[in-house]
Design a protein around this ligand. Structure first.
Ligand SMILES: *Cc1c(COP(=O)(O)O)cnc(C)c1O
Length: 398
């Protein structure tokens, strides 16, 4: 390289020509380094792969800031498999859980408990209102049969960052155990076990750590893992059995997603090089701030007030202008290289844009430019949402 060569661009590498950015909360846009690791095969019981599994577990515990009271157990499948493994393994038959729901993933946790035959009640806050510590405390005080609380850290269906500190405090004060779905937050938003008492949390390979899909993992107290024996109604999703087998043999109980694990180790290295949770969280926060600023500039409104916006994914109201159609908008954005995400609200039309994955603020500016062009092409004069949407939001701010 000559001495006059320009300094390396601070921009992240772009996807290959013709490959869109995935502005979705997993699967998401991964780096070449991560994808490249999938080009070789590994023997699942070979020492080399066992060492990779052990290394991954250690590094995840270290990322979580977990001390020797905790262990990490990976589980094959998508994130939901790992959530089901956590719930089925840590809730004994006689347990009763309070599920805090404000979106699709809270609802899914409740549905999982139904399948598992575990007694539960649901605090349903609708599409996006946060469950607050005081109401959790009230419910736990009124029902002494409750033993566990199931909470969603970032409810990805709206993008709300739930007040997990308040929830953990209320749960702990009532002598109950907290199980956290930290799927879309782990790796970017701190969840310090020294500050936030929890029994277990669950996340997966393809969210903030920027790996590819194929497994999830549970970070749990060893006391919980140790006493979980015989709880799980499922053979393959038995966390205690996976933990005991892995600690004894270094192997997964059933065929592991070897290529995904190899890719995940590269993703962990990139996460560490970026400055861990703080560094990753800072980039995502910049992404969100740029995206939200630029989109508001175009007249779009976010579902949530700034206070509840997570740096993971943002919900925008669809414009009221009758020329706007989400299907058309999606196609026009895709043609410009961006895959966006439909909304998941029941009351009003919305769409979502993810801030996670191999993307930086340059990309977020390009997203807003593409959105502006798409509106122009549809003949949408104003991106302002319908009054009904704003009335909905006013309820949240009240
Ligand atoms: C992604 C996600 C899940 C798991 O979804 P899968 O499609 O099974 O990977 C669970 N909970 C939350 C909050 C999520 O964001």
């Amino acid at each position: 390289m000559s001495a006059t060569a320009p300094a390396p661009s601070p921009r992240l590498e772009k996807p290959r020509l013709g490959e869109p950015y995935l502005l979705t909360p997993g699967p998401l846009t991964t780096s070449y380094a991560v994808k490249q690791e999938m080009l070789r095969d590994w023997g699942s019981w070979d020492d080399d792969f066992r060492a990779m599994t052990a290394d991954m577990r250690t590094r995840l515990l270290s990322m979580a800031g977990a001390n020797e009271d905790f262990d990490c157990v990976p589980m094959q499948g998508s994130g939901t498999f790992a959530v089901e493994a956590m719930l089925g393994s840590f809730l004994p038959k006689e347990a009763k859980a309070l599920v805090l729901a404000n979106g699709a993933y809270g609802q899914r946790a409740a549905q999982t408990l139904k399948y598992l035959g575990r007694d539960h009640v649901v605090l349903d806050k609708g599409d996006y209102l946060p469950p607050r510590g005081a109401e959790v405390a009230r419910i736990l005080a009124q029902d002494p049969d409750l033993t566990h609380v199931v909470a969603i850290h970032c409810e990805t269906s709206s993008g709300i960052l739930n007040p997990i500190d308040e929830i953990a405090e209320a749960t702990h004060a009532a002598g109950c155990k907290l199980l956290i779905d930290a799927m879309s937050s782990f790796g970017a938003i701190p969840l310090d076990p020294a500050q936030i008492p929890f029994e277990a949390l669950v996340s997966s390979a393809n969210k903030c750590i920027e790996g590819v899909p194929g497994f999830g993992f549970v970070i749990a107290r060893k006391t919980a893992l140790g006493t979980a024996r015989g709880n799980s109604p499922s053979l393959s999703l038995d966390l205690h059995a996976q933990w005991a087998h892995m600690n004894k043999t270094g192997q997964w109980r059933f065929t592991p997603p070897t290529h995904v694990v190899a890719a995940f180790l590269a993703a962990l290295s990139a996460h560490e090089a970026e400055g861990g949770i703080a560094g990753r969280g800072a980039r995502y926060t910049d992404n969100r701030d740029t995206l939200v600023g630029e989109m508001r500039e175009l007249g779009f409104e976010t579902l949530l007030d700034n206070r509840w916006l997570s740096p993971i994914i943002v919900t925008f109201f669809c414009p009221a202008d009758p020329a706007f159609s989400f299907g058309r908008f999606y196609e026009l954005m895709k043609a410009r290289g961006f895959i966006i995400y439909p909304g998941k609200l029941t009351e009003v039309d919305s769409f979502r844009i993810g801030c996670i994955g191999q993307m930086d603020t340059y990309v977020m500016c390009d997203v807003a430019i593409a959105a502006k062009q798409a509106l122009g092409e549809m003949g949408v004069a104003s991106a302002a949402p319908p009054d009904a949407a704003l009335n909905e939001r006013a309820k949240l701010l009240a």
